[in-house]
Design a protein around this ligand. Structure first.
Ligand code: BF8
Length: 676
């Protein structure tokens, strides 16, 4: 018919080039296999779908029905006054700041709601309403009680006696729960920060009142027509981020340690090669260890092992993806199956009999991938279900935790004989030592004489250790899987910067073999290598999941307390990094690092680049206020060197730059001095 246009041709599906998508051999192999099997993964979608340029800049406002108002930065930048505005008149600064703090709210909510769930289970255990959970670490219970204002001793007949631990636990649970919604006062853990930091937060008016309130207030302030001053918006973003790092996340970590045990160094393995062809593979994916702890316990039961054997398997192989993986690795040595970007690939091995998920970082596409295999995909959390019809929902309840976990593991075992596709498990896996924390760093690097971080500080002062890098965060399919993580970390340790890692960075480092003491001799500068070899630790210390970034805050506080390196976290030769971030949680973490005084560099992109004035506020002016600030650097080597430059700047202010100069002298320099 005249005028009728040809029907649009279907776009050819673009496929990711495995070698460009990841640096990891196992991942490349599985992407290749996914193409042969015609199963689409995130890597293919990343090459088929471009990100929105305006959203990437942070200047798309969709907070009301008159928009979305899109305010891209002109290609040549802004000459003169920036006249861009939304329908209501909102400037790019207002829009970017609103979006930014909404990301903080999202991240803080995710961490903190996780923390609340743990606090609820903690209370159930303290009230003895369940047999499944018991207080494991009583030392930590006593320590945390003090920070929550819970008495650990009582006076009786003029004598001071230790208080009954059940009573202490109950009050700790109640006081902790109160932190989310109390009407008066302020976040109790804020005072765990160095005194100078707490005083600064007081002066700036950013000490959180309670955790929930700071998140809710962000949603209020960013509603149309409320807060329209980017500085004031960021003040609230800062308060909410502190409520996450020093509140929700820290409570999650501490209560988990009390309930499930504080991690200590443990040996294990990492990468898809940990799956076993002749065993029932249960892959745990998500974040809350409340469920995964039970699955670990049940999988180790003799009756389950025998049941697996009755079905022709040699036993049960547990492994983990994302931060659930980190949690059960830290406490039980369960191997890491993979990072955020490997979740689909674990199913594509054809060996995953059940993938059990709870909350956060679970891609909806795993349900589509699972459909192509025998894998049972099991959701377990009431707030995180999936619409696809192949997903089984078994809601987990702490009151009958063991029964729920048994049901799940049994389902996986029953499914073992249903494997249909040819099993293809990549060979790659790396040995690792994980399970570090504030306590184990004190044990390995602390001086028994002062019972503190004395040895660590001493080595920083004498220059063997140049500084501390906290390298954390996600994978992002917009950048080559694990490249940023591995290159940043290798460059740091090569330059004698010890690395504390969590989240998917920790898994990336694990896969690359950087979490072994032997790594020190291969990759580290001479000073750091000497320290690691002397005390037998890896140069990259795995501190756990993303809520465990609170451990980095507390480790930094211990360094301040040990003396000789200033009075505040902002005085330390330290820097933070998330080379491949993607989640809102990462933004919240980045901002509580900054608010705690840490120079923090992100890779990939930052959703503020469309508002240059606001960007400058975060990247420069924040340092004057908080001693910490944001930065963006995509190139991993430059990224690491920006961190090192900041570390050197701090060393100079502390007057310890000379010791470092001495340590860097090579033999030729020494000979020159000797012959002079
Ligand atoms: O909380 S690092 S991709 S897994 S968000 Fe997610 Fe990012 Fe991985 Fe853990 Ni953290």
């Amino acid at each position: 018919m005249e005028g009728k246009k040809d029907a649009p041709k279907a776009k050819a599906v673009k496929l990711a080039d495995p070698k460009t998508a990841s640096i990891d051999g196992a991942t490349q192999e599985m992407i290749d296999l996914s193409h042969k099997l015609e199963i689409e993964t995130v890597f293919d979608r990343a090459v088929s779908m471009k990100p929105c340029n305006i959203g990437t800049q942070g200047t798309c406002c969709k907070n009301c029905g008159m928009g979305p108002c899109r305010l891209p930065l002109p290609k040549g930048g802004i000459d003169g006054e920036d006249e861009r505005k939304g329908l209501c008149g909102a400037t790019p600064n207002t829009i970017a700041a609103r979006n930014f703090i909404r990301m903080i709210a999202g991240g803080a909510a995710a961490h903190s709601d996780h923390g609340r769930s743990v606090a609820e289970v903690f209370l159930t255990a303290a009230r003895k309403e369940t047999d499944a959970y018991r207080i494991k670490d009583t030392n930590k219970l006593i320590e945390v009680a003090q920070y929550l204002g819970v008495a650990t001793q009582v006076e009786k007949d003029g004598e001071t006696l230790d208080r009954d631990l059940d009573e202490v636990a109950l009050e700790v649970g109640e006081k902790a729960m109160n932190e989310w919604g109390k009407a008066d006062g302020e976040l109790l853990f804020a005072k765990r920060a160095p005194e100078e930091r707490y005083k600064l937060w007081k002066k700036m008016g950013v000490v959180p009142r309670n955790i929930d309130r700071e998140i809710v207030e962000i949603m209020h302030r960013t509603h149309i027509g409320v807060d329209q001053d980017y500085k004031n918006l960021m003040k609230q973003g800062t308060r909410a981020a502190i409520a996450d790092g020093w509140g929700g996340s820290m409570l999650a970590t501490e209560l988990q340690d009390i309930l499930f045990g504080t991690p200590y160094p443990v040996a294990s393995e990492a990468n898809l090669g940990v799956l076993k062809e002749d065993m029932v593979n249960v892959v745990i994916h998500g974040h809350e260890p409340v469920l995964s702890e039970m699955i670990v316990a049940v999988s180790q039961m003799k009756e389950m092992d025998e049941y697996a054997k009755s079905k022709g398997a040699k036993g049960i192989q547990l492994s983990g993806i994302c931060c659930s993986a980190n949690e059960i690795l830290q406490r039980h040595g369960v191997p890491l199956c993979g990072t955020f970007l490997q979740q689909e690939l674990a199913i594509i091995t054809g060996a995953c009999d059940a993938m059990v998920v709870d909350i956060q970082c679970i891609m909806q596409n795993i349900a589509n991938v699972a459909k192509c295999f025998h894998t049972k995909l099991i959701t377990t959390h009431p707030i995180a279900k999936m619409e696809q019809d192949d997903v089984i929902h078994i809601e987990f309840d702490e009151h009958h935790a063991i029964e729920d976990a048994k049901r799940i593991v049994k389902l996986a075992i029953d499914n073992y004989e249903n494997r249909k596709a040819e099993v293809m498990i990549p060979e790659q896996k790396s040995p690792i030592v994980a399970g570090f924390g504030v306590e184990s760093i004190r044990y390995h690097l602390g001086g028994t004489f002062r019972g503190s971080y004395y040895t660590l500080n001493d080595n920083i002062i004498n220059g063997r250790i140049r500084g501390i890098g906290g390298v954390v965060g996600c994978n992002n399919a917009r950048t080559k899987h694990n490249q940023g993580h591995v290159e940043v970390v290798k460059e740091l340790i090569k330059n004698d910067v010890i690395v504390l890692t969590t989240g998917c960075n920790a898994i990336a480092c694990a896969m690359e073999g950087l979490l072994t003491p032997e790594t020190a001799a291969v990759f580290c500068g001479p000073g750091l290598a000497e320290v690691c070899e002397t005390v037998g630790i890896p140069p990259v210390l795995h501190l756990g999941s993303c809520v465990d970034n609170s451990r980095i805050l507390l480790a930094a506080t211990e360094v301040v307390k040990a003396g000789g390196l200033g009075k505040d976290i902002s005085d330390l030769p330290a820097a933070g990094s998330a080379p491949e971030w993607m989640s809102e949680k990462a933004i919240s973490i980045g901002h509580y690092f900054v608010a705690s005084g840490v120079y923090t560099v992100f890779g990939v992109t930052m959703p503020v680049t469309g508002a240059p004035v606001f960007q400058k506020y975060l990247f420069e002016e924040f340092e004057k206020m908080y001693g910490g600030m944001w930065d963006l650097e995509i190139d991993p080597i430059k990224h690491a060197h920006k961190m090192i430059a900041h570390i050197d700047k701090k060393r100079k202010v502390l007057g310890i730059d000379r010791t470092r100069d001495r340590i860097l002298m090579d033999m030729a320099d020494r000979r020159e001095i000797e012959t002079a």
